[in-house]
Design a protein around this ligand. Structure first.
Ligand code: NZQ
Ligand code: ZN
Length: 389
């Protein structure tokens, strides 16, 4: 196990009706907020009215920034920064999923910065301060509600890049599993793929002697795998929704990568797909992750065999190590298919015309490698896209 520092400051408020506490949590920071949300699901479900009432009752004035799209765009971030500056806003509240939260976090670091906030994503500058951010989560998926990162798409060139900084953990996140009852099955499934991918990015490591985090990751994977079909069969199954929602936070709040180095190659490879083709990040991961696994498993066959045995109950009395590894990969792929996700680019309507371009962007014209478990150059990334066709 490697040395580590673990500190996650996000306060989690979990359970039924907890969105009604948003006002009392927010007023601790400011009596004027920018409320960031998406394309309207929160109005359809009635959540918008409850959040507004709670804020109003607490004496909080609200200025709104609606219209966040999945794969959130830099232009809306710029708009949010302007609104905050003009109105002297000191707190940002995201109501929605990863896209709303990432928009809020990026506005947060953009407001006190003199240059263009995109500088932080390209590495030209590092964020030093942020406006505090709170969230009311409506989809378990990205884990942004308790992560120190944000992912934004710059429409100029369709670059989708991530920014990680410990100042970006939200101050609080409100997680009511009932808010996820209205998710379409496809969004539930995309969320599952993202949660599973966050776990697997951490699981496939070269770090030795990480038994505790291995076991915690396996348990979280098994919890998601067993509860997603229940939530799809019965969208109002509170217990299943609660397990999934908590798993999504645990999968990405950095507890499960303590003492180990994660991979993150599949995320980088996927971001190029959702940047250009605007598909859901989770759907992209359901396509990329199995392909990545097929490409890299020989780096450490025993780790893949362990995944097959412990997560998918593949019996090691009947198969050798390599067969075990391949059975684990097929089991994951079959699971994604069984919950309605694409597992090939073609199933998402994507052909081979832009593979080279995506690999080029992913590796910055072959000047950097991606991933840690196996460091991948541009040709490796092309090979993985081809395996995923
Ligand atoms: O926009 P609205 O109308 O709200 O609809 C949303 C959106 O269309 C809908 N939705 C959300 N909650 C709902 C609901 N519909 C009905 N009922 C509800 N309760 O779902 C759609 C997807 O929302 P989005 O916020 O885009 O989903 P997600 O949470 O999966 O976020 C995806 C983004 O997060 C990034 C991804 O790359 C992607 O851009 N990620 C952020 C990370 C982070 N900050 O730590 C890590 C992740 O790996 C990921 O890269
Ligand atoms: Zn993800």
């Amino acid at each position: 196990m490697d040395n580590f520092v673990f500190q996650n400051r996000t306060k989690i408020i979990f359970g039924k009706d907890t969105e009604n506490r948003v006002g009392q949590e927010t007023i601790k920071y400011s009596n004027k907020v920018l409320m960031v949300y998406g394309g309207g699901s929160i109005k359809k479900t009635g959540l918008y009215d409850r959040v507004m009432k709670s804020l109003k009752d607490a004496g909080v004035e609200v200025i709104e920034l609606p219209g966040v799209q999945p794969n959130p765009r830099l232009s809306l971030v710029h708009e949010g920064i302007d609104i905050c500056r003009k109105n002297n806003i000191k707190f940002i509240l995201a109501v929605g999923g990863g896209s709303a939260i990432d928009t809020a976090k990026t506005i947060g670091v953009g407001v006190p910065y003199d240059g263009d906030v995109w500088d932080f994503f390209t590495g030209k500058a590092e964020p030093k301060e942020t406006l505090p951010v709170g969230t009311v989560l409506t989809i378990p998926a990205a884990g942004s509600e308790a992560s120190n990162s944000a992912v934004i798409t710059n429409e100029d060139g369709w670059h989708k890049l991530g920014l990680t900084s410990d100042i970006m953990y939200p101050e609080f996140s409100i997680l009511n599993p009932e808010l996820t009852f209205t998710l379409p099955d496809y969004q539930t499934a995309c969320g599952a793929a993202d949660i599973i991918a966050h776990l697997l990015e951490r699981y496939f490591t070269k770090t030795k002697n990480v038994e505790l985090t291995d076991r915690l990751i396996e348990a979280t994977l098994k919890t998601v795998i067993s509860n997603i079909p229940k939530a799809i069969a019965n969208p109002a199954d509170y217990n299943a929704r609660a397990e999934i929602m908590w798993a999504s936070t645990i999968a990405h709040n950095n507890l499960l990568n303590t003492g180990r180095i994660g991979d993150w190659g599949s995320h980088n490879i996927e971001h190029e797909i959702s940047a250009i083709y605007d598909i859901a990040h989770g759907a992209g991961l359901a396509i990329v992750f199995p392909a990545w696994m097929k490409y890299v498993y020989k780096e450490d066959v025993s780790r893949f065999a362990q995944f097959a045995k412990r997560v998918w109950n593949v019996d090691d009395n009947f198969f050798d190590m390599e067969e075990m590894a391949l059975k684990g990969i097929s089991a994951l792929e079959n699971f994604f298919s069984s919950i309605g996700l694409p597992v090939r680019l073609k199933q998402a309507g994507i052909d081979d015309t832009r593979l080279e371009e995506m690999a080029d962007k992913c590796t910055q014209s072959d000047t950097v490698t991606v991933g840690q478990f196996k460091k991948l150059n541009k040709q490796d990334v092309i090979n993985i896209y081809k395996l995923a066709l």
